[in-house]
Design a protein around this ligand. Structure first.
Ligand SMILES: Cc1cc2nc3c(=O)[nH]c(=O)nc-3n(C[C@H](O)[C@H](O)[C@H](O)COP(=O)(O)OP(=O)(O)OC[C@H]3O[C@@H](n4cnc5c(N)ncnc54)[C@H](O)[C@@H]3O)c2cc1C
Ligand code: FES
Ligand code: FES
Length: 477
């Protein structure tokens, strides 16, 4: 058993116990390591000022085998076990600025400068991805996409976009080559073989190697919180609504990194991140992959787990409606499966019992002939929580699309839980009457009015999504 977590920071080995393992990384960098280049502004993942680069060599990163930007303000230090990190303080190579830094200077991409380290790291992450893929062309859209997790209140975005576009990718040096050595790889691989238990009066952290040990720990410690990437938990902790004092981490359990398709069925383990899932689904269900483009930001997607989004059971979470429409099943403790539609019981209450962990999800791939659409309505396009999200998955009986064989409809932001709209589904199975179905649809939910949207607006949006789906899919109505 290890009683320390280990990671590399700008090439230097860090071995940390209870004193630091329960801190948020941004605080640790600034207040313990004096690495003050990394800024803290919002402390809730929304502005990107705290962006750093992380490489997790022993987890599957199917979105590329390289360093990725993440938000350090909501990342628990303990969760970095086994990683290699690079902060903005180390980006300059001797006297030579990183191309992202140079370009920001040349394009006047900074005024007060508070957001600048975060933008530099977001751009450096994009450069690293391009270098790893030996891709020397960057489109304007890619430049914009890489910085959707960063906010600037004074420069304006055009000079920053210009800076990203100005970088000569043929001359960029790999950060991985600079900061990740075979020595580090061997060291971290060795550490990954041993479970971690850190205990003090204020902080307990257990990371077992097996699922059975995790289940046993949770049974004995019902007050322990399972930590995914802490993109939800870290925000609540920073707002001082909870204290992350007893943590169960699943990061050393290899089988939870599963992401595979067998016999047209996708299985996704509890440790799979949004970036990995999005990349994996690109060819298998492009609609889902595109929907995830507007899920949070690159920094969040690079660390947040899909299962965290399900376990969180937020009524406005973006994946539940999509996965309900895909008829997903939740896998519990590796040996029990329940339909996702039976998982959400009440506001933030799930079917998980004591000692139960979500170990994964399974769902059948939609048929090539299926019509499937996922919609998100939020107050801004990028990096915003939904006011309403909506999903429909339909199989037709005939090529002329006159009769529905089966249909699944789900919505978020319209009730206390993500909702399957079963009455509307049943209505449409018997009669293809869209106006009639719209009446049933409205009768199935009673949304709240809140800061994101009024109840009336939510009704209108759901109806519009529903009608748009049928207008687009060309059913012979
Ligand atoms: C800036 C920002 C933007 C965001 N944007 C979006 C967005 O666009 N759409 C959206 O839906 N969400 C969004 N989120 C919310 C969040 O990123 C997601 O819910 C994410 O999937 C949570 O995953 P995580 O791994 O970080 O979970 P954590 O924060 O680690 O955990 C979340 C919850 O799940 C539980 N949990 C984790 N793993 C398991 C498991 N295996 N078994 C049982 N319980 C488990 C935890 O105990 C906790 O209660 C955003 C968050 C931030 C900070
Ligand atoms: S400080 Fe704003 S995202 Fe971390
Ligand atoms: S330069 Fe001031 S916030 Fe961006």
């Amino acid at each position: 058993m290890r009683n320390k977590i280990v990671f590399y920071l700008n090439g230097n080995r860090q071995e940390l116990g209870a004193e630091f393992a329960g801190m948020m990384l941004a605080d640790f960098l600034r207040y313990e390591k004096n690495l003050t280049g990394t800024k803290i502004v919002c402390a809730e993942g929304d502005c990107g000022a705290c962006s750093i680069l992380r490489y997790s060599p022993f987890t599957k990163t199917q979105d590329g085998d390289h360093y990725l930007p993440i938000n350090s303000c909501i990342t628990l230090v303990a969760n970095l076990d086994g990683s290699s990190l690079v902060t903005v303080d180390a980006l300059k190579n001797k006297d030579e600025f990183h191309p992202a830094q140079k370009a920001m200077i040349q394009c006047h991409g900074s005024q007060c400068g508070f957001c600048t380290p975060g933008f530099v790291m977001a751009i450096a992450g994009m450069v690293e991805k391009k270098v790893a893929a030996q891709d020397t062309i960057l489109s304007e859209q890619e430049a914009k996409n890489c910085m959707t997790g960063n906010l600037c209140r004074c420069t304006g975005y055009q000079p920053i976009i210009d800076a990203a576009l100005r970088i000569d990718l043929t001359e960029a040096q790999s950060i991985k080559e600079r900061f990740f050595s075979t020595h580090q790889a061997a060291d971290l691989q060795d550490l990954y073989k041993t479970p971690v238990l850190i205990e003090s009066e204020e902080f307990t952290y257990f990371a077992p190697k097996t699922l059975s040990a995790a289940v046993e720990y949770l049974e004995l410690n019902p007050d322990a919180r399972i930590a995914g990437a802490t993109t939800d938990l870290g925000v609540i902790h920073n707002k001082r609504k909870i204290t992350l004092s007893k943590i169960l981490s699943l990061h050393l359990i290899e089988e939870l990194y599963t992401l595979e398709e067998k016999l047209n069925e996708v299985t996704l383990g509890a440790r799979v991140t949004f970036s990995e899932f999005r990349h994996f689904m690109k060819d298998k269900c492009p609609e889902l992959s595109q929907y995830l483009d507007v899920f949070a930001s690159p920094q969040i997607k690079n660390s947040a787990t899909v299962i965290g989004n399900i376990a969180n059971a937020s009524p406005i979470g973006d994946t539940p409606p999509a996965l309900l429409a895909l008829r997903a099943r939740v896998i519990i403790n590796g040996n029990k499966e329940i339909p996702l539609s039976d998982f959400f019981l009440a506001y933030r209450k799930t079917a998980l019992g004591p000692g139960e962990i979500i170990t994964g999800l399974k769902f059948p791939l939609p048929r090539p002939s299926s019509d499937i659409r996922f919609f998100k309505n939020a107050n801004r396009k990028d990096l915003d929580i939904s006011a309403v999200n909506f999903a429909i998955h339909l199989n037709w009986q005939d090529d002329a699309k006159t009769k529905i064989q089966d249909i699944t409809i789900a919505a978020g932001g319209v009730a206390a839980t993500p909702l399957r709209l079963k009455k509307t589904e049943d209505f449409l199975k018997n009669q293809f009457d869209i106006d009639g179905a719209v009446k049933v649809l409205h009768s199935e939910f009673t949304p709240l009015s809140d800061v994101r949207a009024s109840a009336a607006f939510r009704h209108v949006i759901v109806e519009n999504f529903f009608r748009r789906f049928f207008a687009d899919c060309g059913g012979a109505v």
